[in-house]
Design a protein around this ligand. Sequence first.
Ligand SMILES: Cc1cc2nc3c(=O)[nH]c(=O)nc-3n(C[C@H](O)[C@H](O)[C@H](O)COP(=O)(O)OP(=O)(O)OC[C@H]3O[C@@H](n4cnc5c(N)ncnc54)[C@H](O)[C@@H]3O)c2cc1C
Length: 295
Amino acid sequence: MNAEMQATTKHLREYDISHPVAAVVKESTRITPLQADVEVRHIVLEVSDGGLEFLEGQSIGVLTPGPHDFGNPAHLRLYSIASSRRGEGGKGTTISICVRRCFYVDEISGERYPGVASNYLCDALPGDRIQLTGPYGHQFAMPTNPTSNILMVGVGTGIAPFRAFVKYIYEERKGWKGKVRLFYGARTGMESLYLNDVKRDIGQFYDQATFKAFEAVSPRPHLDMPIELDRLLIANAEEVWEMANDAKTYIYIAGLEEAEKHFNKAMSAIAGSETKWKELREKLIEEKRLFELLY
Ligand SMILES: Cc1cc2nc3c(=O)[nH]c(=O)nc-3n(C[C@H](O)[C@H](O)[C@H](O)COP(=O)(O)OP(=O)(O)OC[C@H]3O[C@@H](n4cnc5c(N)ncnc54)[C@H](O)[C@@H]3O)c2cc1C
């Protein structure tokens, strides 16, 4: 991450949580198959008091009720909005998120603990009330000009903002003329969110002249081998390079930090050297055409 990008990264305690809004869980669907190791859920929330105004690419905050460890007053975690500005299914008062049930291992005791917010959300049932804050993150917004090209690179739950982009462009806005490309990596085919057999609402319905989705999975998923996202980008080098050099292209990278590593590795190979990619990368940042949402 470069200095300018870091400057836009806020610590969680800097987010304004003073005006939370109440939401009710309308739907919670597991979107990884039951036999997959990882549980990711698509959660639809109905926001009271007329809803929330947001744009594709923004995130919302979820406040998990306490008491919390170490006397922390609030447990705030951010989730990328997976629905377009019109809400899930075009219903303005709803918002959807895509949540991975997380666990972490205590380095000292070696014990495995459930992540607080993700387990709270994944355990929530229809009818349960949730406190939301935000929305946050204006810097990860899609271009408004329909001739712009969009190059999206993500891993895991990083697909959430791209689902919102694609839904908005093809289901609501219609008539998008620029190229839209999604390069997506998952550990296994079963973890290909919104692209697998459980919920396949990206790719299948938008395979028009302008949209293409490419997927990479790990060659040895059980040994935690890295996803071959870099190879996938390299396999499409000509188009990726042409798009990156086109002033009408906006590039988005989302998900765990490995997404950025894959992208930089692939782009250095495509450019012919790390230095050449660094030069173009600086230009992209200067022209505000490269955005990252990493966690
Ligand atoms: C801008 C932004 C957008 C985000 N969008 C999403 C999203 O759309 N979906 C989503 O599931 N998470 C998203 N996250 C991560 C989310 O905010 C939480 O960090 C995550 O759910 C863990 O919180 P927790 O309270 O359950 O776990 P904690 O009690 O805080 O424990 C965190 C543990 O979970 C691991 N972890 C955190 N996130 C992930 C992940 N996505 N995949 C694998 N391991 C993880 C951490 O390395 C750590 O070991 C986003 C984060 C940011 C900053």
